[in-house]
Every structure is written in C-alpha cells, then in structure tokens.
Design a protein around this ligand. Structure first.
Ligand SMILES: NC(=O)c1ccc[n+]([C@@H]2O[C@H](COP(=O)([O-])OP(=O)(O)OC[C@H]3O[C@@H](n4cnc5c(N)ncnc54)[C@H](OP(=O)(O)O)[C@@H]3O)[C@@H](O)[C@H]2O)c1
Length: 265
C-alpha cells in the first residue's frame, strides 16, 4: 500500500452519510479538511469532533452548491483563507425516484446543478491548481446507477453516468501530469439518500445496504492505489460489468417492468 501524500482535502456533502465517513477516514490518515455542505451546525459538530480525535485542522465552509456560481465562491473562499486543496472529494449529490413528470422542474435543475455542474466546476478550479503543482487527486462519487438507464430514477442515473464518463476521460488526460482523477461507484448505502430521494430499498429489492464507512475505506484505498474507477464491492463491480454488456434498451425495459414505484402511481 502506498503512503498518503495529501495534506488538505475538501469534501463536499460532508455533513452526513458517505461524506462524513470520508472525513473520518481522511482525518485518521492525518489529512486536514475543508468540510462543506449546507448544514453549518452538523459541519461544526463534525469539525470539533475530528479536531479533538485527530491531530488535524477541519475548516468549515457552508455553501449551497446547487446555486449558480457556488463552486466558484467556494474556491475563492478557500483561496482567501490560503487553503491549498490537494485532494478533492466531490461527494454532494441527491436523487429522486418517481415518475419524471411528477416532480417540479426546479427540482431537476437543482439536482443537475449539484450532481453535474458544481462537480465539474470544482474539478476545473481546484484541478488547475493541482496541475500547476504537479500533485493532487480528485475522487468523484458517482453510483452504480450510472452504468445503465434507470426508469423512475432517470435524471439521477443519467447525472451519475455523466460523472463516470467525465471522470474516466479526465483520468486519462491528467494521468501523466501528477493528478489522479478517480471515480467511486457505490451500490446501495445506508444513508439519508433513500429518505431524500423517496426511494424504498425494499421495493427496489435491495436487501443489504453497505455502510458509508465501507465506501470511504474502499474509495480511499483506490486513491492510494491510483485506481481510476472503483465499485463499493466486488459483486457490484461484476454486476455492473455485466449490465454494461447488455443492450441499454433491454435493461431499461426490464427495470421498467420490475421497479415501477408504487407510491406515486
Ligand atoms: N446512499 C446510497 O445508496 C448511494 C449510492 C450511490 C451513490 N450515492 C452518492 O453518494 C453521495 C453522498 O450521498 P449519501 O448517500 O451520503 O446521502 P446523504 O446522507 O443524503 O448526503 C448527501 C450530502 O450532500 C449534501 N448536499 C445535498 N444537497 C446539497 C446542496 N444543494 N449543496 C451542498 N451540499 C448538498 C448534504 O448536506 P446538506 O443537506 O447539509 O447540504 C449531505 O452532506 C451522493 O452523490 C449520492 O448520489 C449514494
């Protein structure tokens, strides 16, 4: 296992679930942190806990990353405080399960702003500094949902498909320039995600959920090993590999037949 070379990580969506687990994992590896999300109180609490437990600094910057221009504001705020980020974990995101036309349009706009635009802008802004220094890493949190079209999760799944393709393309562009771009694709994880998205893991036939700590552990190991793509379990990686070999139209039809939500028929 390679040793850690990073000094300051910015984690988006650090106030709960997978983001909080990454914060714990990186703090335990002596990496200082910039914690960001909208819930200032939760971030402050996490920062105090991590600073008490580990010999690190954990800075809090609250930001709604679905606001246009928010990524730039966050970057400029870091610049002003001389916080030189060399590890970026683009984790903030949310989904929605249901009939496409039944949600407000603004809801999708916010989702795309957060899941795609903010992630891309943060990668651009912090990534350029990393390239200048010839050192850094970005890990984008996608989802296994991004490997195929998913009816009733259409916008979310497509947003994560973007994250996978964008990350792998940039991995190759930056591979020989000292900056790692990597993508983590979790399967179902026990977080607020299901509550926020309105999805019911039992209706989706998901029996066993992974813990956010599992995801952070595997994601961190992938960064150390400089892996471009990682799934949160071996079986998930095999299933995803199989799904990508099938015709997308066929996969969409099978999912349509088996996963139509009952709640908002
Ligand atoms: N849980 C799963 O089954 C699963 C599976 C695959 C992929 N993922 C992905 O994993 C990532 C983390 O999700 P999670 O499962 O840990 O869910 P979560 O517990 O709901 O965490 C989502 C995080 O994103 C932040 N966030 C939401 N909207 C935001 C906004 N407008 N601006 C800034 N931050 C915002 C939330 O903080 P605030 O509310 O404080 O802003 C929270 O910290 C997401 O990208 C998700 O798509 C999750």
């Amino acid at each position: 296992m390679k040793t850690n070379q990073y000094k300051l990580a910015l984690i988006t969506g650090a106030s709960s679930g997978i983001g909080t687990a990454y914060a714990e994992k990186l703090a335990a590896n002596n990496i200082n942190l910039v914690l960001t999300a909208r819930s200032t109180d939760k971030l402050e609490e996490l920062s105090q806990k991590l600073e008490a437990e580990y010999a690190i600094k954990a800075y809090v910057i609250s930001q709604d990353l679905s606001d246009p221009g928010a990524a730039k504001q966050l970057y400029e705020n870091c610049q002003k405080q001389k916080l030189h980020v060399d590890l970026l974990i683009n984790n903030a995101g949310f989904g929605y399960q249901g009939f496409f036309e039944k949600s407000e349009l603004a809801f999708y706009t916010n989702m795309l702003n957060l899941n795609i635009t903010a992630l891309t802008e943060l990668t651009y802004l912090f990534g350029k500094d990393m390239l200048d220094n010839g050192l850094g890493a970005v890990q984008n949190i996608a989802s296994v949902a991004g490997v195929q079209p998913i009816p009733y999760f259409s916008v979310y799944a497509a947003s994560k498909s973007y994250v996978i393709d964008f990350s792998l393309a940039l991995w190759r562009e930056w591979k020989d320039r000292g900056v790692l771009v990597s993508v983590m694709c979790p399967g179902p994880v026990e977080t607020r995600f299901f509550e926020v998205s309105g999805a019911n893991p039992r209706e989706m036939m998901l029996r066993k959920l992974q813990t956010p700590e599992d995801v952070a552990e595997i994601g961190w190991k992938a960064i150390l090993k400089k892996k471009p793509e990682v799934f949160s379990s071996r079986s998930l990686s095999l299933t995803a590999g199989f799904a990508t070999k099938l015709p997308a139209k066929w996969v969409a039809s099978v999912i349509n037949a088996t996963m139509k939500p009952k709640a908002n028929l």
